[in-house]
Write a protein that binds this ligand. Structure first.
Ligand code: BG6
Length: 482
């Protein structure tokens, strides 16, 4: 859309950066923390790149003061981080761990000391292992009650200071990797019925948590963050256009419609019925989902790439073993769902070393789509570039990351001009982090951390990258000086 004059970003725009407990904290068994699903999963041989773990990660647990100080220097307005459920409840339910509660108190207070607004994610994939042992974790409806109990403790303890809450991080990703692709815990493959049942439990946990928060703090803003890869049809062949609709319904709207409307897309339910997949629900669930949808304040969006969609015949490609987790460009396979769609590469777009399509316009496309469909404000809770960074003369020169971020921010500004209500933009990530399946060599941070795949392999020293200093100017100019 051609808009003659840009109004720029809103005055109170929250420039941020993000992390997640398992990827940064380390201290996996310290101060009373219980084990999480990831603590256990990474120890299974062959599951992660070179067997990397988050046992130490980048030691944010002990170095959070240094990290927050680095955030303050560039004037960060918000820091998005997640709480590790098993630090608060080592067993997932039952006894509270005061030391775990204290850690996040300290972190929140440290942010506030520098006028950085804490943006807190309640679930960034690290389910307490004890709940899996007790009843199968998300597979049991019991997980909803235990999650909501954990959520309420966090709200009542931190809600006086935390006003931005993200309940779930990328429900679409952790459930599909966990129950369809076998690449995240619990490592199940093509367990379609359980995949949809687990999703229903997670939706209910999200919905009850939204209701609970609003009852305690009606001034708090709440939503969940979705990994949104908007799609383009490969050609204007009608069958490709219809495959795009199937993809959108089953890969995007299936989640966002529930958060925003409190209902599942009809086409998806018909598809599930045809496969004999019946989601078990309580009679009151639909009502709870609807009530929570009315209270959701924003759609959280983690944006990395767009997807291209083409028709996939019934004997066509499947979704397994397609990912490039090595960083060897060109090794990602075309994947898809037989009979529905496949996702070929987009020849118009450059790719990262992990074959993720680089598409700044896709961020605007995502915001426009959400605005039209849901008319909700948006928090870009993640956006960033995973790359191999090199230290040269003690410095990290990452102009490629600056290019990536600049082009995405430009498109986001256009989205604002086009009427999208964008509240915040968080770079993924603040420091380098453990990239779940890709080890430490896939770096996203504005701040470099001296370590590699082997435990105890570096000093864990923080070195701000060129992109860190660049982002400082972006923040100071409220997105004008790009
Ligand atoms: C998102 C997650 O999927 O993307 C992050 O919320 C993750 O936790 C990020 O690190 C980048 O993905 P990856 O696989 O490159 O680490």
């Amino acid at each position: 859309m051609y808009i003659k004059e840009s109004k720029g970003f809103p005055e109170d725009f929250l420039w941020g950066a993000a992390s997640a407990a398992y990827q940064v904290e380390g201290a996996y068994d310290e101060d009373g923390k219980g084990l999480s699903s990831w603590d256990a999963f990474v120890k299974i041989p062959g599951k992660t790149f070179k067997g990397t773990t988050g046992d130490v990660a980048v030691d944010h647990y002990h170095r959070y003061k240094e990290d927050v100080k680095l955030m303050a220097y560039i004037g960060l307005k918000t820091y998005r981080f997640s709480i590790s459920w098993s630090r608060i409840f080592p067993e997932g339910n039952g006894k509270l761990n005061e030391k775990g509660l204290q850690f996040y108190d300290d972190l929140i207070n440290e942010c506030i000391k520098y006028k950085i607004k804490p943006m807190v994610t309640l679930y960034h994939w690290d389910m307490p292992q004890s709940l899996i042992d007790q009843y199968g974790g998300w597979e049991s409806r019991q997980s909803v009650d235990d999650f909501v109990n954990y959520a309420k403790v966090c709200f009542s303890h931190y809600g006086d200071r935390v006003k931005h809450w993200i309940i779930m991080n990328e429900q679409n990703v952790f459930t599909s990797h966990g129950w369809m692709l076998g690449t995240h815990p619990p490592g199940k493959i093509n367990d379609l019925k359980m995949f949809y049942q687990v999703n229903h439990h997670v939706f209910m946990a999200h919905a009850y948590s939204v209701l609970a928060l609003k009852e305690m703090y009606d001034d708090a803003l709440v939503g969940s963050s979705f990994a949104f890869s908007p799609s383009y049809a490969l050609t204007n062949k009608p069958e490709d256009a219809l495959s795009k609709q199937d993809y959108d319904t089953l890969q995007s709207y299936y989640w966002m419609d529930v958060y925003a409307y409190g209902r599942y897309p009809r086409a998806a339910l018909s598809y599930l019925e045809s496969l004999n997949v019946k989601i078990e629900m309580e009679p009151w669930d639909e009502d709870i989902l609807k009530r929570s949808a009315l209270l959701v304040d924003f759609m959280g969006v983690n944006y990395y790439q767009t997807t291209t969609v083409a028709y996939n015949p019934p004997q066509g490609v499947n979704n397994l073993n397609g990912e490039n987790n090595s960083g060897k460009k060109g090794t990602k396979a075309v994947t898809g769902i037989p009979g529905l769609y496949m996702n070929p590469s987009n020849d118009f777009l450059d790719k990262t070393d992990w074959d993720w399509a680089i598409d700044p316009s896709g961020l605007r496309f995502a915001c426009r789509d959400i605005t039209s469909r849901y008319d909700l404000p948006i928090i870009i809770s993640e956006n960033g570039l995973g790359a191999f960074d090199k230290i040269e003369d003690g410095k990290i020169h990452d102009p490629y990351r600056v290019d990536y971020l600049r082009e995405h921010i430009k498109e986001l500004k256009k989205a604002c001009d086009e009427g999208c209500r964008i509240l915040s933009y968080c770079v993924w990530s603040f420091t380098d982090v453990l990239s779940w399946l890709n080890g430490y060599q896939k770096r996203y941070g504005l701040v470099y951390v001296d370590r590699n795949e082997e435990e105890n392999s570096g000093t864990l020293k923080r070195i701000p990258k060129y992109s860190y200093y660049w982002y400082k100017k972006v923040i100071e100019s409220n997105g004008e000086n790009l």
